[in-house]
Design a protein around this ligand. Structure first.
Ligand code: AVI
Length: 322
């Protein structure tokens, strides 16, 4: 395989248990309880997220894939030849494959991923599909400043690829910060190719986060299962429920874990009380109009150069430049 040697320690899949405990104690100790959405993605959570993508109500993945299949060539033409492709995250096997298949002479592929196993898998997968393509994986948290490998001299431009509407899981301030990080990484004549879910009928959006089969509910509550296992917390998981509502004013799904009874939970040496009906925020999934997103981009010093939509106008892939 045409990759740089890279070794990962298994325990690098997650922050050290102490950090995790601190994050959780801090979140449970707030007046309005709140835990970060990255806590969803242990092994089971990642599998459940893949299952969510298959649910009939979750239109995002299907729409983005259809878009990439329809416009892949046009996108590649606009990005140009001899691109260094840097992907923030490495979970988007099919979309990235479509993009790489259409790009003219991609110079190198750099997946940036905090979780060791998915990174390893993506290196293996892409090494098999594109045996001639150099792969330079970076095991890192892409929300922090990165040390990307030096681009080959033949690279004409760096394109940062960020599919899946993951940008929607960041609030406005963090989203703008993340776009700035990408802007720094892509350099003067680089570009960002980003998947952005669009505002639409609230019922369609709410259904996507409340699938009938209950997969999203299981995904949400799996966070508590994870904390019980990894931190020895004692969440009575069946006494909590998933709630995802669309806040039309803010343009986002707000997912909460709601306690159904008065109860107390242990996290490390500390105890936290939940009252019946109390809701703990665990995820935002922000939706944008094209104007909203152009504004967000401009706050990060970027301009929207091109927008592609799927046929139903549900989802967009946008190209941003300086
Ligand atoms: C990963 N991210 C874009 C998903 C979303 O739509 O916000 C995560 C998710 N949460 C519940 N369903 C899917």
């Amino acid at each position: 395989m045409n990759t740089q040697a890279f070794e990962l320690r298994d325990d690098e899949r997650r922050p050290p248990a102490n950090d995790l405990l601190e994050v959780v104690q801090q979140g449970l100790g707030r007046t309005s309880k709140q835990l970060p959405s990255w806590l969803f993605y242990d092994e089971r959570g990642s599998q459940l997220f893949e299952d969510i993508c298959e649910q009939p109500e979750y239109y995002l993945t299907r729409a983005e894939l259809a878009l990439m299949r329809e416009h892949g060539q046009a996108i590649a033409d606009v990005l140009g030849a001899d691109v260094r492709l840097v992907e923030f995250g490495s979970g988007s096997a099919i979309k990235t494959r479509i993009l790489l298949e259409h790009l003219e002479r991609p110079v190198t592929y750099v997946p940036v991923e905090i979780a060791g196993e998915p990174l390893r898998e993506s290196v293996k997968r892409f090494g098999e599909i594109f045996p001639q393509l150099p792969i330079q994986p970076l095991h890192a948290d892409f929300t922090k400043p990165l040390r990307l490998p030096v681009p080959p001299r033949t690279a004409k431009r760096t394109v940062v690829y960020f599919p899946g509407s993951t940008i929607g899981n960041f609030d406005q301030r963090d989203a703008s910060r993340l776009l700035r990080t990408m802007r720094d990484e892509m350099g003067e004549n680089g570009a960002i190719l980003i998947g952005v879910d669009l505002k639409k009928n609230p019922a369609t959006i709410e259904a996507a986060y409340n699938d009938k089969a209950g997969v999203t509910a299981e995904f949400t509550l799996n966070m508590l299962v994870r904390l019980n296992r990894e931190l020895g917390c004692d969440f009575a998981v069946h006494q909590y429920r998933h709630r995802a509502r669309y806040n039309a004013w803010a343009g986002r799904i707000e997912t909460h874990i709601v306690s159904t009874v008065d109860q107390r939970v242990r996290a490390g040496s500390r105890r936290f009380d939940f009252s019946a009906g109390e809701a703990m925020l665990v995820e935002y999934s922000c939706k944008y109009s094209l104007e909203d997103f152009a504004q967000l981009a401009s706050r990060a010093g970027l301009r929207v150069a091109q927008v592609w939509l799927d046929r139903d106008g549900l989802f967009s892939v946008q190209m941003l430049v300086r």
